[in-house]
Write a protein that binds this ligand. Structure first.
Ligand code: NAD
Length: 273
């Protein structure tokens, strides 16, 4: 075993992302699955994680409570649901564990709770763990600054029909990147869908449109439309492994960090100071 190998738990292990995360941990020599948790009553409880992710048996069975696995891991990766994530943060307080959060759909109040937890727990929190989206967030801010208020900004996204939150956390992160660059507050300027006699477009708004259909993994386009031209910045995810590999990279990076709230730009060393 390598000296730097990090013992990782997956919360939500039987989910669409959980299964990919199990596989992404297994493919790196410097990370190891040491615990897996899913909801009580799920068919996956008690099975070896390899049943969920394929590959060789790990000898690690899925359990239905993180409390039972607390001594088994250093860092936990959580892709579950907002209420589940917040309960997990309570359990982690004082434990010395670290967490990578991929769950989306938090309310503002829940985000405040998460931020407070980060004063005690090292946390990476990102709405999208793909390298491409992390780079896109920087490009979006750069484009918005260069184009300024003369260009209308509209954000559209598409996801599979199981997704429960809208617009996606990634679309909101993109909206915030553009709004910050234009000195706007997304809370004041966002328009979530349009219907009926809406009146002409207010140039200071940022519009969002959402598609939910089939098995689309995740597509986002930010449109800057000016007089006589349009610029579009698009990201398309073809495979959930892109998010899983990014989250596992974040878990490895987090191992050396103290309490604080970090995001994927920190992990990739892209943060602008
Ligand atoms: P999913 O419904 O397939 O999986 C969620 C899993 O959490 C399920 O297996 C469920 O049983 C489990 N769960 C529920 N309650 C639990 C509990 N108390 N303890 C442990 N596990 C519990 O959903 P998904 O498609 O895998 O997405 C999960 C989350 O990740 C969503 O919020 C989604 O938006 C987000 N997501 C984020 C990214 C990113 O890059 N940040 C990418 C994809 C999805």
């Amino acid at each position: 075993m390598s000296e730097t190998q990090v013992n990782i738990a997956i919360n939500g292990a039987a989910g669409r992302m959980g299964r990919q995360l199990l596989a992404a941990v297994a493919e790196r020599p410097d990370t190891r699955i040491s615990a897996a948790i899913d909801a009580p009553g799920q068919a996956s409880i008690g099975v070896d994680t390899s049943i969920l992710s394929g590959g060789d048996a790990t000898g690690v069975s899925v359990v239905d409570s993180v409390g039972a696995a607390l001594s088994d891991f250093e860092t936990i990766i959580d892709f579950s649901a907002p209420a589940v994530t917040l309960a997990l943060l309570e359990t982690l307080k004082g434990s010395g564990k670290r967490i990578v959060i991929g769950t989306t759909g938090f309310t503002d109040e829940q985000i405040t709770t998460l931020q407070k937890a980060a004063t005690e727990i090292p946390i990476v929190f990102a709405a999208n763990y793909s390298i491409g989206v992390t780079v896109a967030l920087s490009l979006l801010a750069q484009a918005a600054k260069a184009l300024g208020d003369d260009y209308d900004v509209e954000i559209s996204e598409a996801h599979h029909h199981h997704k429960v939150d809208a617009p996606s956390g990634t679309a909101l992160a993109m909206g915030n990147a553009v709004a910050d660059a234009l000195n706007r507050d997304l809370k004041q300027c966002a328009v979530y869908g349009r219907e009926g006699i809406t009146g002409a477009r207010d140039p200071k708004t940022i519009g969002f449109a959402t598609v939910r259909a089939g098995d689309i993994i995740g597509e986002h386009t930010v449109l800057y439309a000016g007089n006589g031209e349009r610029l579009e910045i698009t990201h398309k995810a073809n495979d959930r492994m892109t998010f899983a590999r990014g989250a596992v990279r974040a878990a490895h990076w987090l191992n050396a960090k103290s309490a604080g709230l970090y995001d994927m730009t920190d992990v990739l060393g892209l943060k602008q100071h």
